[in-house]
Design a protein around this ligand. Sequence first.
Ligand SMILES: [Zn+2]
Length: 216
Amino acid sequence: MYIGHYAAAAALLALVPEPHAAAVVVPVAVGVAWPDLVWPVLVLARREKVTVDPGDPLQRSVRFDAYPLSHSLVLSNLLALIPAIIIALLCRSWLAGALFLVAAISHWLLDLVVHLRDLPVLGFGRHDRKLGAGLWRLPRTAFFAEYLFFAAVVLAVAPPRLFAGVLGGGLLLHLLNANSAFGFTKRNPFGTPTAFAIMTLVGYAAAITWFLMAWR
Ligand SMILES: [Zn+2]
């Protein structure tokens, strides 16, 4: 999931007293992306493992073999306490740190809807369970559902003056993912773990930049 994570950002920001202050928008915008910022770094460092089929561009063909540090419910979110505390100290606000942590937790919960059964629960131990409802098995449905979910939440919680920037910019970014849902190309243009990891990192850097600019 990509742009759908920003539905959680919008929903979280609707709950705080000053939803456009940098001290809350930045932690939330980075927090919802956090697992997918950590993951590419760990893939490039060979600490987490992904298999990308160069002959299939669809998201469902990407196999997340092991990513307990970035994408487990328990371990990843315990580790996310570290940046959360740093953010709280930097912003001198426990709310900023708490928002970052809740945003990071929301990432796992939303990933649960689309991922195949590859998301670890604990992130350690021999008998760890892996979960995922697997909406990516229906790539076109997943593609439309993700944007509709994002748009519905934004329309429900954001001030109308933000609709154009948030919904329009979000749509543009979402369309960048279209090949992974519709398979326009025969081959995967990001057909190696390294290329896929870099694409993910660039994608989230773009999403964070967009959200910070649009949510003012
Ligand atoms: Zn993720």
